[in-house]
Design a binder for this molecule. Sequence first.
Ligand code: NAP
Length: 323
Amino acid sequence: MVRFGVIGAGRIAKTFSEAMKVTKGYLYAIASRDILKARKYQKAYGYEKVYDNYEEMLKDDNIDCVYIATPHGLHFEHMMLALKYHKNILCEKSFTLNAKQALTVFNKAKENHLFIMEAMWTRFLPTIKEVKHRIDQSIIGEITMLEAHFGFSMKFNRKDRLVNPNLGGGALLDLGVYPIHFAHLFLGSPLSFETKSHLDPIGIDLSEQYTFQYHNAIAILSSSLEKQLDKVALIKGTKGYIKIYDFWKAEKAQIFDLDHHLIEEISYPHLKNGFEYEINEVIRCLEENLTESPLMPYQTTLFVMKQMDELRHVWGLKYPGED
Ligand SMILES: NC(=O)c1ccc[n+]([C@@H]2O[C@H](COP(=O)([O-])OP(=O)(O)OC[C@H]3O[C@@H](n4cnc5c(N)ncnc54)[C@H](OP(=O)(O)O)[C@@H]3O)[C@@H](O)[C@H]2O)c1
């Protein structure tokens, strides 16, 4: 049995804890800076142990894998600490603030033969895997265009991590990471890109558009913390097209021919909330003694982090402490 220890009792830690119920994983421990919060999670989800200090939990030898559920700006620090205590890691997206941090973490994990993976749950959803499989079988021919947007009109609480530059706030690391991973899954690395952004003077990006060019295809992508964007991703090919509804948490996709006739529907409702698939992948990798998932390898996370660095370079956006 794989025993998980969770760092940070926030919103996403709840989703993770809920999903664990339909996996073979075990909610062994949770650490929060506030012991009362940790106890609340213990009561709700049955954690065996609680800690009021992240490092104290990492010293616990019973933990097989740490789930890092803190804001992006802290992932690097928390992953390096977990590696110091020889822990395997599943770390929330965005993996780090930039590619340099991601490379440092991967090198350290490799040196110690530890498993590490970015929790980009979309990649493990059966609907997405089936769409990829059908595209590889050429159901829509060669891809010519992909469109994916992720944006909400959010009411800002200035204390929220989403708008705090010190925690890696902004639309790109929180939401943009999804369209970028999505485009990479189907089209790989672009040859070139163009981008525009709307920055807030506090030092975060509120909205952005980015267009990636490939040999014979284009990806039109955007993310926003201030605008509701279309949730349906579209992949067009020479023989048809695919619509993927709520693509980042996809449970349904439809395949059409060029005359707009529906030719196939793919539907895999979540067993719990969709996180169960990435958790199962972590468990499988640990059971097979793998240090990275073939579905979410280091190189993919590094590509995405580098791409986000390049976008920010064009916008002139740096996080506090970046050189
Ligand atoms: N996969 C997804 O669908 C998804 C969805 C939402 C978020 N996420 C990712 O999950 C991570 C956490 O997001 P969240 O929405 O759960 O955030 P959140 O509700 O703000 O929780 C983050 C937790 O991090 C801990 N923390 C430690 N130092 C902190 C600091 N200086 N400021 C704020 N929190 C601090 C806190 O836990 P304690 O107080 O208990 O120590 C806090 O509850 C982010 O990287 C985000 O991108 C993923």
